[in-house]
Design a protein around this ligand. Sequence first.
Ligand code: NAP
Length: 612
Amino acid sequence: MAFTLPESNIPLDIDFDPDYLRERFEADKQARLRKDTLDQFQNLDDVLEIADHDPFSEPITREPVTEELDVLVLGGGFGGLTAGAYLTMNGVTNFRIVEYGGDYGGTWYWNRYPGVQCDIESHIYMPLLEETGYVPSQRYADGSEIFEHAQRIGRHYDLYDKTYFQTRATHAQWDEAEQRWEVTTDRGDRFVTKFFMRCNGALTKPVLPKVPGIGDFEGKIFHSSRWDYDYTGGSAAGNMENLRDKRVAVVGTGATGIQMVPYVAEDAEHLVVVQRTPSVVQPRNNRKTDPAWAASLKPGWQYERHDNFNGIISGHEVEGNHVDDGWTHLFPELTGQHLVDTPVGELPAGDQAVVAEIADMKLLMGAHARVDSIVRDPAVAEGLKPWFGYMCKRPCFNDEYLDTFNRDNVTLAASPTGIDGITATGIVVDGVEHEVDCIIFATGFETGSGPAGIYGYDVIGRDGQSMQEYFSDGAKTFHGFFTHGFPNFVELGMTQTAYYVNFVYMLDRKARHSARIIKHLLDNDLGTFEPTLQAQTEWVRKVRESNEPRMAYWGACTPGYYNGQGDVSKAVFMDVYNSSEIDFWNMIEDWWHAGTFDGLIMEPSTTAVPVA
Ligand code: NAP
C-alpha cells in the first residue's frame, strides 16, 4: 500500500495498514489486561499437591557448618560458577558457593522439560569454553549438554569441594565492627565472610496462575521446571512412553511451552495447548557443529565471537556476522534502516519513530506469513498469530512448533483471558471443558516482588538498612555491581548492567570484573569498599534515563512478564541499562585500567585477616 513518512514524505514499500495494526494491537491488549497484574500468580508451595520440591536429586544430609571466608558466592548457576572460576583464576581460594539445587546449572539444573534447548547460539552462550577446552556439539545445544557444561566448569576449577548444594540462604547481615557479612542458611549454617557475591538468577521461582478449582483436579499436575519423568517416562530427548494413553494439557506458550509442545504432542494420546497470548515463532535452523570448523578455532575465538555478536545487536560497525542467527538479523531490522535509503538517524525525529514502528510491524507480518505457510487449518493459523509490537514479548525460534498444530491429536485452546478454571477431570478454556489426565504448567517464574520476595532472604546493610526497602522504588547500584550502605556486596545479576540477549555473557563479564576487584582488595589489605552515594545516584539516573524509550514501548504493549503484566513499574527489565553492551564493557575496562576506582570508597582493614 502507499505509505509515506509524514515529515519527509519518503515513500515506504509496505503491504499492510499501520492504522489497522495499531487498532488491532490496542484491542488485543485491552482484551488481555487484568487489574491483578502480577498478583494473578501463586507459588508452587501454595498448591500443596505440587509443592516445590527437587525431583532431580536425592536429599543430602549434612551437619550445619560455621566458616570464616574471604568470599561467599550465593548461587551455583552460570553466575556463581563463573564467579568461582574467576576467583580461582585470580588466586582467591578461601570461598564457598551456596546453591539451592542438587548440582550446578541453575536454570539448566531445574529446566529439564522435553526439548529444552537454548535458542542463543551455544558457542556464545556457554561460558568459559576455551578455558575448559570444550566446543558444543550443535548450534543450539540441548539443555542436558548445557547442564553438563556447568558441571564441567565445577570440576575444572575444583569448585565441588567448595560448594554446599541443596542449601538456601535465609539472611545476610553486615557487621560494621567486624567488617564482615554474616550469612545464614536453612541448614543452620553460619558463614562469616568479607565479601558477598549474589548470583541468584532472575527467573527462578516457578509460578502457576491462581485458577479456580486448581486444587480439585484429580489427575497429575506439575510445572515445566519440575518435570516429573517418573510420571511421563522418557527423558528430555522425548520418548515419554507413559503418556501414550494420556490426554495432556500444556498451559503457556512462552519460550518454554513452545519448545516442549512438539515433544508432548509426539508422545501423548491427545494434547491440548492452552494459549493466552501467541508468541512470535521464527525459524531456528539448528545444526551440528562442523568438526573441521571446531578444529580451526584459534585462541580468543569465543571472545571474538561475543564481540561480533554484541557489536551487531548493539548497532556497531563490525566485520561479518559470525553467528548469523535470528538475533543478529532481528536487531538491525528493528532500526528500519533497510526500509529507507537515507540514514535513519538523519530523518526528522518524528519520522525516525515511524520508521522504527513500521519496521517492527513488518517483522510481525513476516511472523504471520510464516504461520500461514505452515499451519494448514486457516482458523487455527489465525489463532496462532500474535498481535502486538514485535518486542513486547520475547521472540521465539522453533522449527517444529507450528507444524505440531497440523497433527490430529493436537487441539489449540486459545483465549485472551487464559484458563477459566479447572475441574476434577479437566481444564476449562473459553467456556469449553477439555478432559485431561495431566496438566503441565509452562507458566513461567515470579517477577516484580523484589530480591527478597524472589530469593526468600533480605540483605541487611549498614545501620540495619534492608535492601528490599532500599530498592522499593527501584534498584540502586553503581555500574550494576555495588550499592551504597552495603559494603563488600556484589550483585551479579542483570540489575543496572547493559544486557540484551546473551544473559550468560553478562554474568561472565560481571564475574570477571568483580573477581579482579576482590583480588585487588585482598592484596592491598583493604577492609571495605562501597560506592559513594553521588556516584550511585548518577548511575541510577543514567540507567533510568536510558530506559525511558523502552518503558514507553512496553507501557503500550500487551501484558506479559516484560511489562509487569501491564504494570510497567514492575517491568522485569526496568532496571537493566539500555545501552550498547560494547560501550558498557569498554567503559568498565577504562574505569578498571584507570586504576583510580572513581566512585568507589575503599577503606583499610580494621580487623584481622580471616583464616586462609
Ligand atoms: P513465560 O515466558 O513467562 O511464559 C509463560 C506463559 O504462560 C505465557 O505464554 C503466558 O501467557 C502463559 N500463562 C500465564 N498465565 C496463564 C493463564 N492463566 N492461562 C493461560 N496461560 C497463561 O515463561 P517461560 O516460557 O517458562 O519462559 C521463562 C523465561 O525463560 C523467559 O525469559 C524465556 O525467555 C526463558 N526461556 C528461554 C529459552 C531459550 O531458549 N533461551 C527457552 C525457554 C525459556 P501470556 O503471554 O498471556 O502472559
